[in-house]
Design a binder for this molecule. Structure first.
Ligand SMILES: Nc1ncnc2c1ncn2[C@@H]1O[C@H](COP(=O)(O)OP(=O)(O)OP(=O)(O)O)[C@@H](O)[C@H]1O
Ligand SMILES: [Mg+2]
Length: 481
C-alpha cells in the first residue's frame, strides 16, 4: 500500500508548485539567500518577501482575469457586428420589397386609362392623378398634383355647403370638400354620380367611388376618388325611359278606345251578335285588355326607375283586397284545375296605403301562384297579424322590441324557382328557367312592380321556393304599434 502511495505523493508535489505556488517557492528561495546575507533583520526580510510574493500572485491573477474579460468582450463585439450585418441585410430586403410594391401600385394606377384615379390629402389637395384622370379631365399630372384641389373639377352647385352647416356645424367645417366626402366619412365609402368639369368646359356625369386612405397605423392620410364616365350611359337610360313612357302613353289611348267600342258592340241590344261573332270579339277584348295591362306595367316600371312614382295613401282593408284578388284568379284557377283557399281575419286587417297599388301587388302574387301551378295543385292565401323582430325576421309570437305587421302569404304547390335564380326575381324582365321551360306566358314585370309597391309602403317582400315543390311569397306591411 505505501509503495503505491509514495509515488503519488511525490508526483503530486511538483504539480502543486507550478503557477503561483511555483513562483512563491522561488521567492522563498530568494528570501533564504537574503537571510544568509542580512542575518540580523531576518524576520523583517521574511515578511517583506512574503508581501512581494503575495503582490506578484495578485497581479498575476488580475492579469489572468483581464485577459479572460478581453476575450469575452471580443466575442461580444464579433457577435454584435454580425447582428448589425443581419439587420442591415433585412432592412435592405424590406426596402427593396417596399420599393417593388410602390412600383407595382404606380404601374397599376398608370395602366388604368378608362377610369380616373385621383388621390388627395385630407383637405382635397391632389396627390395622385392617373392617366385616366388626365384623359377624362384634360389636364396633365404636372399641372394638377400638389397645386389643385379636387373641388376645382366638381360642379359647384352639387357641393352646396348649407345643408352641412345646419346639420353638423362641427364636422370639418361646412366646406365644399367636406360636403363631397361627407357620406364616405360617415359610412366608410360612397358611390354615386357627380358632375365633373373638364379643362375644355364639358360637363361629365361620373360615377365616383370615394374612400378614405389610411397609413399602416390606421391614421387617415387622405381620400381616393375612382371615377367612371357615365355620361353616355345615363343619357341612353334617360332616352330609354322617355321612349317607354312615350310609347306607353301613345298605346294606351288607342287601346282604351278599342276597348270602349268593343264594349258598345258586345252590349248593343238593338244589334245582337251571333254566337261566333261574340266569341271572336271576346278574344279581341281579352287581348286588348292584356295589352293595356302590359302598357300599364311598362309605364309604371319606368316611373319607378325614374323615382317618379307616388302613392295615394288611405286606410285600406287588406282582407278585402285579398278576397277580390282570389275572385279575379278563381276563374283561371278553376279552368286549370288548381284549388284555391283563402284565410283572412273576420274583422279585416287595416293598413295605411294606396288601395289601387296594393291591389295590383296582391293580384300579381296570386296570378303568379295560379299560373305557375300545374293542374291538381293548390294555392293558399293567408292574411294575419305577425311581428317583425329587432333583427328583421318575421315571427308569429311577439318578442321584446318586435313591431306588428300585416302579413300576406301566397303559397302554391307549383313549379318553384331554382335557388340560384331567386336573387334576380325582382329585376325587370327576369323570368326563371322553370317559367321558360314550362312555356308559361308573361314578360317578367309583375314582381318588380310588386316589390316597388311594397317598398314604397315601408314593407318587405320575401320568397321561399323549392324547384318542383312550390313557392311562398310573404308580403309584410307595417301596422300601427
Ligand atoms: N309562384 C311562382 N312560382 C314559380 N315561379 C314564379 C312564381 N312567381 C314568380 N315566379 C318566377 O318569377 C318570374 C318573374 O315573375 P313576374 O311576375 O315578374 O313575371 P311574369 O309573371 O313572368 O310576367 P308578368 O307578371 O309581367 O306578366 C316569373 O317569370 C317566374 O319565373
Ligand atoms: Mg307575374
Amino acid at each position: 500500500m505505501t509503495a503505491i502511495a509514495d509515488p503519488v505523493a511525490r508526483s503530486s508535489g511538483p504539480a502543486h508548485r507550478t503557477g503561483v505556488a511555483g513562483l512563491g517557492a522561488a521567492a522563498v528561495g530568494a528570501a533564504g539567500v537574503l537571510v544568509l546575507v542580512v542575518r540580523p533583520a531576518l524576520p523583517l526580510v521574511l515578511l517583506a518577501g512574503s508581501v512581494v510574493l503575495l503582490a506578484v500572485a495578485d497581479l498575476t491573477w488580475r492579469l489572468h482575469r483581464q485577459q479572460t474579460a478581453a476575450r469575452v468582450l471580443e466575442a461580444q463585439r464579433l457577435d454584435l457586428f454580425s447582428q448589425r450585418q443581419t439587420t442591415a441585410d433585412e432592412l435592405e430586403v424590406a426596402t427593396r420589397m417596399l420599393r417593388a410594391r410602390a412600383e407595382t401600385m404606380t404601374s397599376v394606377i398608370d395602366a388604368v386609362t378608362e377610369q380616373s384615379i385621383i388621390g388627395t390629402d385630407r383637405d382635397g389637395l391632389v396627390r395622385v392623378w392617373n392617366p385616366g384622370a388626365e384623359r377624362m379631365l384634360g389636364l396633365p399630372r404636372a399641372d394638377v398634383v400638389r397645386t389643385r384641389s379636387i373641388i376645382d373639377f366638381h360642379a359647384p352647385e352639387e357641393l352646396d355647403t348649407e345643408e352641412l352647416d345646419a346639420e353638423e356645424p362641427d364636422a370639418g367645417g361646412g366646406t365644399p370638400f367636406a360636403t363631397l366626402v361627407r357620406v364616405a366619412r360617415e359610412q366608410g365609402s360612397d358611390v354615386r354620380d357627380w358632375t365633373y368639369l373638364t379643362a375644355d368646359g364639358r360637363r361629365l356625369t361620373v360615377s365616383v367611388a370615394i374612400t378614405p386612405r389610411t397609413d399602416d397605423d390606421g391614421e387617415q392620410t387622405g381620400w381616393n376618388f375612382v371615377g367612371t364616365d357615365m355620361t353616355e350611359v345615363r343619357a341612353t337610360e334617360r332616352l330609354k325611359d322617355q321612349f317607354v313612357s312615350l310609347i306607353s302613353h301613345e298605346l294606351r289611348t288607342p287601346l282604351s278606345s278599342i276597348l270602349g267600342y268593343l264594349e258598345l258592340v258586345l252590349d248593343d241590344p238593338e244589334q245582337p251578335l251571333t254566337g261566333e261573332q261574340r266569341q271572336y270579339l271576346g278574344t279581341v277584348e281579352r287581348n286588348a285588355q292584356r295589352l293595356l295591362r302590359l302598357v300599364g306595367d311598362l309605364l309604371f316600371t319606368a316611373q319607378v326607375d325614374a323615382g317618379r312614382f307616388t302613392l295615394q295613401p288611405a286606410q285600406v282593408d287588406l282582407a278585402g283586397i285579398v278576397r277580390s284578388a282570389e275572385e279575379t284568379a278563381r276563374v283561371t284557377a278553376t279552368a286549370r284545375g288548381v284549388a284555391m283557399s283563402v284565410d283572412v281575419p273576420d274583422g279585416g286587417l287595416v293598413v295605411s296605403g294606396d288601395a289601387l297599388r296594393l291591389g295590383q301587388a296582391c293580384d300579381n302574387l296570386v296570378s303568379n301562384a295560379v299560373k305557375f301551378t300545374p293542374a291538381g295543385g293548390r294555392v293558399a292565401l293567408r292574411l294575419q297579424t305577425a311581428w317583425r323582430n329587432a333583427d328583421g325576421a318575421l315571427v308569429d309570437v311577439p318578442t321584446a322590441g318586435a313591431t306588428p305587421v300585416a302579413l300576406l302569404s301566397v303559397s302554391d304547390t307549383g313549379v318553384g324557382i331554382p335557388n340560384s335564380e331567386q336573387g334576380r326575381l325582382f329585376t325587370s324582365f327576369f323570368r326563371a328557367s322553370t317559367a321558360r321551360r314550362n312555356a308559361v306566358p308573361g314578360v317578367g314585370l309583375g314582381l318588380t312592380i310588386t316589390k316597388a309597391i311594397t317598398t314604397a309602403h315601408g314593407g318587405t317582400l320575401d320568397v321561399v321556393s323549392a324547384e318542383g315543390r312550390g313557392t311562398t311569397f310573404a308580403l309584410a306591411l307595417p301596422l300601427p304599434a
